[in-house]
Design a protein around this ligand. Structure first.
Ligand code: SF4
Length: 369
């Protein structure tokens, strides 16, 4: 297949649905890790068309959702500083901190700019040597290589007024945390192809061995997702647990080695707090000692930040697949994308936002009657 439309072909999708229906003899619960996959599933109604034997639960793979509130508040404090140009991808601007968001900071006179690459932020730093330019570097392994490259270039080019507020998270430790929880319902994972295009999929092999849980690497288009589900069902029915690559057009077992070398040079593994979930050992990247001078968290002393999540919000349970978004009583009532209470409603990739956008209110309505 060459064109995107071909990955949305209804006839081929119908055949995959038939194969899943015919193969699945037992009830299986699988988690799609990435928020992009969640949106594809909900937008295309895949969850509604699957047989009752397959239950999809939505994982923690939305970078905006899992960025801690403390980090958002730190970004807001830095962006409010008079000599700072704060650069970010657009999706972070409307994420609410404890009291406001980056759009509010901008409207109050802060110099907050949307960029399309961290290298754009580096360019802004070069053009504005009298200002401190800070880039908000969040995300999974997918966005990390470009962020690493920006820091690497800042050092090479001696652009001393550039720094990065880093809050990177890593997928395998999060999957380990989910599987080691006694309440976990996950029997298999659909792993995210874009993460594996950088890191490869060898990292998942120990997880498969330890937990006997199939992991199928797949993409984001409907046929990608359906093929991933089909392969998971086949493995589960046959009693196998393997890492399988259903995204061969982009993923190699070893991943992108030059990108990994860059990441190893610029970042070092650290403990990271995931919003809604809590702290997970070895689940994040921070700048390594060699590049510490470019760490905005060290350059700007932002202290006394205390945050309080809404007591109504159950996003931690949503992010671990323990409940569906529409099982939260706040869903669609006091919590909406315009006034989000928690992590999974703030981002377009969040599971609560997907359920709201595509009208999945059924559980709340039945729970209220
Ligand atoms: S609907 Fe809102 S309050 Fe409920 S879990 Fe989702 S983000 Fe939290």
């Amino acid at each position: 297949m060459k064109y995107l439309d071909e990955y949305r072909d209804p006839e081929l999708a119908g055949k995959l649905f038939d194969e899943i229906r015919e193969t699945g003899k037992h009830h299986w619960t699988m988690m799609e890790v990435c928020g992009g996959q969640t949106h594809s599933i909900i937008r295309n109604g895949i969850d509604q068309l699957l047989p009752d034997t397959v239950e999809l639960i939505h994982g923690p793979g939305c970078p905006v959702c899992v960025t801690p509130l403390e980090t958002i508040d730190r970004a807001l404090a830095i962006a409010s500083s008079p000599d700072v140009i704060f650069c970010s991808f657009g999706d972070m601007l409307r994420v609410p901190g404890s009291e406001k968001d980056l759009f509010r900071v901008k409207s109050e006179g802060g110099d907050v700019r949307i960029v399309y690459s961290p290298l754009d932020a580096l360019k802004v730093a070069g053009e504005n040597p009298e200002k401190e330019v800070v880039f908000f570097g969040i995300g999974f392994e997918t966005t990390a290589p470009a962020n690493a490259m920006a820091v690497f270039q800042a050092k090479q080019l001696e652009i001393a007024n550039f720094s990065m507020l880093v809050s990177h998270v890593l997928v395998p430790p999060a999957l380990e945390a989910i599987m080691s929880s006694p309440s976990s319902r996950v029997q298999a994972f659909l792993a995210a192809g874009h993460v594996c295009s950088v890191m490869g999929y060898w990292q998942y092999e120990p997880l498969v061995e330890k937990y006997r849980v199939p992991i199928v690497i797949t993409g984001f288009e409907p046929l990608d997702v359906l093929e991933g589900i089909r392969r998971v069902v086949v493995q589960l029915e046959e009693g196998r647990a393997e890492v399988e690559n259903a995204y061969e057009r982009a993923v190699l077992r070893e991943g992108n080695l030059p990108a990994q070398r860059m990441l190893k040079d610029v970042f070092t593994v650290c403990e990271r707090t995931w919003r809604g979930i809590g702290s997970i050992a070895n689940s994040g990247w921070e700048l390594s000692d060699k590049y510490r001078e470019f760490d905005a968290a060290h350059r700007f002393t932002v202290t006394d930040i205390k945050t309080q999540e809404s007591p109504l919000c159950r996003s931690g349970e949503v992010l671990q697949g323990l409940i569906k978004p529409n099982q939260c009583q706040a869903f669609g009532t006091v919590c909406t994308p315009r006034k989000p209470l928690g992590a999974t409603m703030v981002s377009n990739e969040g599971a609560c936002a997907a359920y709201y956008r595509y009208g999945r209110f059924a559980e709340v309505e039945s729970a209220n009657t």
